[in-house]
Write a protein that binds this ligand. Structure first.
Ligand code: ARG
Length: 459
């Protein structure tokens, strides 16, 4: 057991209490952020004349040595320390002696951990945004290739009207681009540095908080020291944004699972991204998509857990807040893993163009267009709706698609139909007449794709 405190204690900490209290098993993951924060703090202390330049140099050199030794495996972070802050400080004192004892001047673990967590979260937001970008690029690649791949658009999971695969994918592009925007918004709001908040009430040392904030790349220091040490809103915001993003990934996964089913066969997941069954030799299962759908629950759970943990905490720091870490780490790791795997699955997925188009035709997705055909020739929409309804019924009886029904059958139901009905209800015509902004028609789709390209160019 190695602790930073103990002066006012007359007894050793109970072993179970020590273990219950310790966080090193999980907070060791932000050793680099902890050291980065300490270096900035020490630079500022020397600049303010609180430490000598000689002390500063020894401390910075010591901290850099610890960083590189941990990184290349020469120094192991062991559970014998209470938390990562204790580990770094104790190791520093071990290595450089007296000056190491001055590292913690004008600082508390409360503002230290608040800083470390923010630095960690900022780093992760960058990585998450990069992964979202890669997913958006994979989606855009499918869009560009499938402007003419017709497929049924669904409502209530019933075939509704024809769309294209490009259009369907475009909807996901929108969702994930909003996820990116949300992460950026959060980043902007969390861009304040808590270092210098002290335990809760600032310090009596003449710290220069603007300087440390600048060194660490923040927009400025936090405005209120009590808030500085006890704000975890940015984690809640990240967990909320990740929950929404996972919901998007989960919906997409659900579609891949449906599309990959024997009944649909719209797609084939690449062998590298599917798994087999131990008993049924014919099986090729969409496990990755299923796992992404399943893991969404973990991220929602993390958000819920942190919301509940925070709701009863009086100002300022309380140990409950240590619980922010494992949930945040798990949610961020889960989201990163899901993004990377989903992107890989999408990039390698084979889309079955003919099968999708057949499905659109046999689902009467062109029925609205057949009614519009009549309307354009003077039939009232309500009557046209009834006429096409009877045609659909006839097609169902004969087990044919609308474009397979002979013209005389059409004319028996309404003499308004002419030979050009077949052209009017072709998938290409149905889709390409829809050119209002945001619609699947080629002209609208090309504008949408150009906008998506531009978006990624400015990402
Ligand atoms: N491990 C603690 C946490 O994660 C560090 C802060 C400890 N502060 C304290 N006053 N005990 O929150």
């Amino acid at each position: 057991m190695a602790q930073l405190w103990g002066g006012r204690f007359t007894k050793e900490t109970d072993q179970l209490v020590y273990q219950f209290n310790a966080s090193i098993s999980f907070d060791k993951r932000f050793y680099a952020q902890d050291i980065r924060g300490s270096i900035a703090h020490v630079m500022m202390l020397a600049r303010q004349g609180i430490l000598t330049d000689g002390e500063k140099e020894k401390i910075v050199e010591g901290l850099e040595g610890i960083l590189s030794d941990v990184e290349n495996g020469r120094l192991e972070i062991t559970d014998q320390y209470e938390d990562i802050h204790s580990f770094v400080e104790a190791t520093l004192i071990d290595r450089i002696g007296e000056p190491g004892k001055k590292l913690h001047t004008g600082r508390s673990r409360n503002d230290q951990v608040a800083l470390d967590m923010k630095l960690y979260a900022r780093d992760e937001v960058h990585i998450l945004n990069q992964l979202v970008k890669e997913l958006l690029e994979a989606i855009l690649a499918v869009m560009e290739e499938h402007v003419d791949t017709y497929m049924p658009g669904f409502t209530h999971l019933q075939k509704a009207q024809p769309v294209t695969l490009a259009h369907h994918m475009g909807a996901y592009f929108e969702m994930f681009s909003r996820d990116h925007e949300r992460l950026n918004d959060i980043y902007r709001r969390m861009d304040t540095c808590p270092l210098g908040s002290g335990a809760l009430a600032g310090t009596t040392y003449p710290l220069d908080r603007d300087y440390t904030a600048g060194l660490l790349g923040f927009n400025g220091p936090t405005r209120n020291s009590m808030d500085g040490v006890s704000d975890r809103d940015y984690l809640l915001e990240i967990l909320s944004a990740l929950s929404i993003m996972m919901m998007h990934l989960s919906r997409f996964s659900e579609e891949v699972i449906i599309w990959n089913s024997n009944e649909y066969q719209f797609v084939e997941i690449d062998d590298a991204y599917s798994t087999g069954s131990s008993i049924m030799p014919q099986k090729k299962n969409p496990d990755i998509a299923e796992l992404v759908r399943g893991k969404t629950g973990r991220v929602y759970g993390a958000l819920q857990a942190l919301l509940v943990a925070m709701k009863g905490i009086p100002l300022a720091y309380n140990k409950d807040m240590q619980e922010d870490k494992e949930w945040s780490f798990d949610a961020v790791d889960t989201a990163k893993g899901c993004l990377a795997l989903f992107t890989g699955m999408l990039r390698t997925m084979h889309f079955k163009k003919e099968r999708m188009e057949e499905s659109a035709k046999h689902g009467f997705t062109n029925a609205t267009d057949a009614a519009d055909y009549l309307v354009n020739r003077g039939v009232a929409f309500r009557d046209a709706h009834g006429i096409v309804g009877r045609l659909v019924l006839l097609c169902i009886e004969k087990d044919v698609a609308l474009d397979e029904l002979p013209l005389e059958e059409y004319r028996k139901i309404s003499p308004v139909f002419e030979e050009d009905i077949y052209e009017a209800i072709s998938m290409a015509a149905c889709v390409n007449k829809r050119i209002t902004a945001g619609a699947p028609g080629r002209a609208a789709m090309e504008a949408e794709i150009a906008a998506c390209r531009k978006y990624l160019g400015e990402y």
